[in-house]
Design a protein. Structure first.
Length: 379
């Protein structure tokens, strides 16, 4: 087992990638621009929209972001996971509406498949094909051996639930059960017999859908019996990406709330003067720092300590999920009366945090899994 490098292997190339991402988001996704894009209609009975800017997706494709974790052998850049984590953190800080994080998660699963067809799908991702995972049953208990999709003669039938960024994706990696067990299959978003039914979710910066398959043609990525192992091998990387997004969104909530506390005056003093405000904000800062450290440690472990990567990733997701709830609640509370309004930008990040913290299991779930893995399951 190799020791981790200094600074989690975050070197000059990763720094340049992070800085370029930060500049892109500063130019294109200030909070007011984001609000005009995704929160232009406060009507509770508004249509279920998928609001994003496809032109910006093309720009980040040209910048090479979807190819960051695609192996060079498949036409990608082949950077370490910490590079994608840095991008995810900046995406969270901007609450960027795009299929990039879903594409990252699909990339990790495709890499774990290690088949020719999966390599072809990775090549498509490197070229900018947005991809999402369709691997959950209705219960969403994070047991990947359970799926409500069946495969027979290369065709899929059934239903997959909680598919992220489904209306932005151009292809899906689908888990389906056959006679030999669960396999993974590639389905084009426009395939005959595929029905995409949008879900209503609170997160304005993402979309989610239920996919219905009616005898849909599919390409085998991992044979029956090998699908669960591929997903579980990719799981540490997926948890790291989600944790990084929450770290970035938490940082935005903290900095925005600090600035408000400096300018909002009550009892002839800025509210940040009072211990009831500044002490909890310090606690938020500490929670963010813990989550960030754990996330980069886990990402580095994926490349350098794979035997411990899942344990570290669960620790990161546990801390980040709890921090997401804490940072969101403090931001709304400390913005006072305006914190609960649609016009206050906090709600966009609050809702993104609430959605992120439950994906692939919240903090309580991760700690329960850690207890089973580290201490052992109860007899």
């Amino acid at each position: 087992m190799a020791d981790q490098p200094r600074n989690f292997g975050f070197g000059e190339d990763e720094t340049m990638l992070r800085d370029s991402a930060r500049k892109f988001f500063e130019d294109n996704y200030s909070a007011d621009k984001l609000h005009r894009l995704v929160a232009h209609d406060s009507n509770i009975h508004r249509d279920n929209e998928c609001v994003w800017n496809p032109d910006h997706w093309q720009q980040i494709v040209e910048l090479g972001w979807p190819a960051v974790c695609v192996p060079e052998s498949a036409g990608g850049i082949g950077m370490p996971l910490v590079a994608a984590v840095a991008l995810a953190e900046e995406m969270g800080r901007a609450a960027f509406p795009s299929p990039l994080e879903s594409t990252f998660c699909a990339t990790f699963v495709l890499k774990a498949c290690d088949t020719t067809s999966a390599g072809d799908a990775l090549g498509a991702i490197a070229g900018g094909t947005a991809t999402s995972l369709a691997i959950l049953d209705k219960v969403a208990g994070w047991d990947f051996s359970n799926t409500d999709v069946m495969v027979k003669d290369g065709k899929l039938s059934g239903t997959s639930y909680y598919v992220q960024d489904a209306r932005k994706a151009e292809q899906f990696v689908v888990s389906a059960k056959g006679e030999g067990g669960v396999g993974l299959y590639l389905v084009a978003a426009g395939a005959d017999g595929l029905d995409i039914k949008p879900d209503s979710i609170i997160d304005l910066t993402r979309d989610q859908a239920t996919l219905g398959f009616d005898n849909v043609d599919a390409i085998e990525l991992a044979p029956p019996g090998a699908g669960v192992a591929a997903i579980e091998l990719a799981l540490p990387s997926i948890l790291c990406i989600l944790s990084a997004d929450m770290v970035g969104a938490g940082e935005w909530l903290l900095q925005t709330t600090v600035e408000y506390a400096k300018t909002r005056v009550q009892f002839d003093r800025p509210i940040g003067f009072f211990q009831a405000i500044k002490h909890p904000l310090v606690n938020v800062m500490q929670a963010i720092d813990r989550a960030r450290s754990l996330t980069y440690n886990a990402a580095c472990a994926v490349d350098h300590e794979p035997d411990r990567a899942l344990q570290f990733a669960r620790m990161a997701k546990s801390e980040a999920s709890d921090m997401a709830v804490f940072s969101s609640s403090r931001a709304v509370q400390f913005h006072g009366g305006i914190g609960f309004t649609w016009e206050c930008y906090v709600h966009m990040f609050f809702k993104r945090q609430m959605h992120s913290q439950v994906l692939f299991g919240d903090g309580s779930y991760q700690r329960a899994q850690l207890a089973d893995e580290v201490i052992g399951k109860a007899a």
